[in-house]
Design a protein around this ligand. Structure first.
Ligand code: G6P
Length: 512
C-alpha cells in the first residue's frame, strides 16, 4: 500500500468513506449512524483515485457511512499565490468532498518545511535529519488556520470530526478557537517519539498543548501511546494519567491504541484474481523458475532500504548457490523530492543496487530489479502472491500496511514469508513473521535465507497465525473501535476517571 503515492491516509479515508461498495460488509449502524462524519486529512482522493485504489479504510467505514452523510475535507493539491477562495465542493452519493487550494509559499514551508522536514524525521527518531525553523513552524500553523477557516462554515452541530496525521496536529486548537464544540478525534498514523527525542524540537511545548484540544487521540501501538503519556507526566506539572485518560492544560482527554488494519478479505480476493492476470504471468515467466523476493516502499529514508540491500548483498555473498536462484524486485516510487534527505538516500541506493548487480549479475540475469515507479494495487497484489518472501525492514514505521497486504495476498497452501522490522508497528502484532532488527545486516541476511529455505509446513503454520491476526483485527474493526470510543467520549462527564476506555478494553480482550 505504501508504494502507492496516494498515501496511506488517503487510502484509510477512502476506506472510511466507502470504496468499492460491492465489497462492503453489512453496515454498522451502532457507530453514530445518525451523525455526519467529517474526515480531515492533508490529501483527499478523487472519485477516480478511489476506484483505481479502493484499499485501506475506504470499504470499512463505507459500511457505516454510505448510509449517512459524510464530508471529506482537505487540500486540493493546487497551490495559489493568494489566499484561497471558498472550498470546491463535489458530491458522490452521501459523500461530499470539500477541497481547498492553499497559498504556495506557506504550503511549501508547511509541507516540505515543518511537516516533512522536521516532524517526520523527529517522529521517526531521526533527530540528525530534522531541519527546524521558526518560520516553517509559523507557516505550519497558518496552513492549519487556513484549514479551520474553510472548514468551520461547513460544520453542523451533530458532526463527529476525525482528523488524520502529523500535518494537522494544531487543527483542533484552530477549530476550538473558532467556537467548535463538537467531538474531535485525532489519529496519528506515524510513530510517536520518546520524550527525550521530542523535547529536542524547539516548539515541543506548543505542539503538545495542541493535542489537548482533541477528545480522543489514537496511536498505532502501545509504545506510541506510552511515549505520549510519558511526555505529559514528565514535562507537565499539572498532568495526571489514568486508564487512558489524561488531564493536562486544564483539559481532560482520552488516548488509545488502535493498530490500523487492512480489508483482509477483500485484499485476499483481489490477490486470488490478480494471480491469473497477464501482468502476473509476465513477471512469473521472466523469473524462469527463480524465487522472487519483493519489497514495496515509498523511497523514504525511514524505510531502511540501504540497510536492506546491504543484507541482500551479504546473503548473495554467503550463499553462492542462491545467486542464480533468486531475484529481488524492489518497487520504490520517489516521494517528497523537495526535501534534501530524500534525494540523498535515492542516490545512495542507486549506487548500492548498481554495485550488487555489477558484483553478482550475469549477462542473462540481474539479481536486483529496481523500479522507481508506482503500480496499482491489483498489479502489486499479483506480484505479492508470486513472491516467496517480502522485505519490510523500516528503521521506524507507524504500522506498515505493505506487510499486512503481502500476508493477505498469499496462497495459504504455499505461502511466502515476510521479513519484518521490529520497529514497525506491525512487528508488535505479527510475531509469526521473521522479526529482524533493521540495523543488523547479518541478522537480516540470515532471515532472508531462512525465509527462502523454510519448509512448507512451517510456512503454512506461520501464515495461518498471521492471517488469523489480520482477519480478527481488520480495518473495519479499527474504524469501529475508534469511532465507538470517540462517540463514547460524549459521556465522559458521567464516566469516573477509573473506568477503562471501552474500545481499548475490547482491544485488550482481542489480544492485540
Ligand atoms: C505517510 C503519512 C501520510 C502521507 C503518506 C504519503 O503514510 O503517514 O500522512 O500522506 O505518507 O506521503 P505524502 O507526503 O505524499 O502525503
Amino acid at each position: 500500500m505504501a508504494a502507492n503515492a496516494k498515501g496511506r491516509i488517503r487510502k484509510a479515508v477512502e476506506m472510511i468513506l466507502g470504496g468499492d461498495l460491492h465489497d462492503l460488509p453489512p453496515p454498522a449502524p451502532q457507530i453514530g449512524s445518525n451523525r455526519r462524519l467529517v474526515i480531515v486529512s492533508n490529501r483527499v482522493n478523487t472519485p477516480a483515485q478511489m476506484k483505481s485504489n479502493p484499499g485501506g479504510l475506504a470499504v470499512a467505514m463505507g459500511a457505516a457511512l454510505h448510509h449517512r452523510d459524510a464530508l471529506w475535507f482537505g487540500s486540493s493539491g493546487e497551490l495559489v499565490d493568494a489566499p484561497a477562495d471558498a472550498p470546491r465542493i463535489s458530491q458522490e452519493g452521501n459523500l461530499v468532498r470539500a477541497l481547498i487550494d492553499l497559498p504556495r509559499e506557506d504550503y511549501n514551508r508547511y509541507y516540505a518545511g515543518f511537516a516533512n522536514g522536521a516532524l517526520w524525521p523527529l517522529f521517526h527518531y531521526r533527530v540528525g535529519v530534522v531541519d527546524f525553523s521558526h518560520e516553517n513552524y509559523q507557516a505550519y500553523l497558518r496552513i492549519n488556520e487556513e484549514f479551520a477557516r474553510h472548514l468551520v462554515p461547513l460544520l453542523q452541530p451533530e458532526d463527529i470530526i476525525w482528523i488524520h496525521d502529523y500535518q494537522l496536529i494544531p487543527l483542533a486548537s484552530c477549530l476550538r478557537a473558532r467556537g467548535v464544540t463538537q467531538r474531535i478525534g485525532f489519529f496519528l498514523h506515524i510513530p510517536f517519539p520518546a520524550p527525550e527525542v521530542l523535547t529536542t524540537l524547539p516548539v515541543h511545548g506548543a505542539l503538545m498543548r495542541a493535542f489537548a484540544d482533541y477528545d480522543l487521540i489514537g496511536f498505532q501501538s502501545a509504545s506510541d501511546q506510552t511515549a505520549f503519556t510519558d511526555y505529559m507526566l514528565r514535562e507537565r506539572d499539572d498532568a495526571t494519567a489514568s486508564n487512558g485518560w489524561i488531564e493536562a492544560y486544564g483539559r481532560r482527554f482520552q488516548v488509545g491504541t488502535f493498530p490500523i488494519g487492512i480489508d483482509t478479505a477483500v485484499v485476499a480476493g483481489r490477490a486470488r484474481r490478480a494471480a491469473g492476470t497477464a501482468r502476473t504471468r509476465e513477471l512469473k515467466d521472466s523469473l524462469s523458475g527463480r524465487k522472487l523476493v519483493i519489497g514495496v516502499d515509498r523511497l523514504d529514508y525511514t524505510k531502511g532500504l540501504v540497510g536492506r540491500f546491504k543484507a541482500v548483498e551479504r546473503m548473495f555473498e554467503e550463499h553462492a548457490e542462491l545467486r542464480r536462484g533468486v531475484v529481488v524486485l524492489q518497487i520504490a516510487p520517489p516521494t517528497r523530492g523537495d526535501v534534501a534527505e530524500y534525494r540523498r538516500v535515492r542516490s545512495e541506493l542507486n549506487g548500492l543496487i548498481g554495485h550488487i548487480n555489477g558484483r553478482f549479475g550475469e549477462p542473462d540475469l540481474l539479481p536486483v530489479r529496481y523500479l522507481n515507479r508506482q503500480y496499482s494495487q491489483d498489479i502489486l497484489f499479483g506480484y505479492f502472491r508470486l513472491s516467496a518472501a517480502c522485505l519490510v525492514t523500516p528503521l521506524r514505521d507507524g504500522m506498515n500496511l505493505v506487510v499486512k497486504e503481502y500476508i493477505a495476498c498469499q496462497d495459504p497452501d504455499d505461502p511466502g514469508i515476510p521479513i519484518l522490522s521490529r520497529f514497525a508497528g506491525a512487528g508488535q502484532q505479527l510475531d509469526a513473521a521473521l522479526i529482524v532488527n533493521p540495523f543488523d545486516t547479518a541478522e537480516m541476511a540470515t532471515a532472508l535465507h531462512r525465509a527462502l529455505t523454510m519448509p512448507l509446513a512451517e510456512r503454512r503454520e506461520r501464515h495461518k497465525s498471521m492471517i488469523d491476526v489480520l482477519r480478527g483485527y481488520d480495518i473495519h474493526r479499527w474504524r469501529d473501535l475508534f469511532l465507538t470510543e470517540l462517540i463514547c467520549v460524549d459521556d465522559q462527564a458521567e464516566l469516573p476517571l477509573a473506568e477503562p476506555p471501552r474500545a481499548a478494553a475490547a482491544l485488550a480482550e482481542a489480544g492485540t
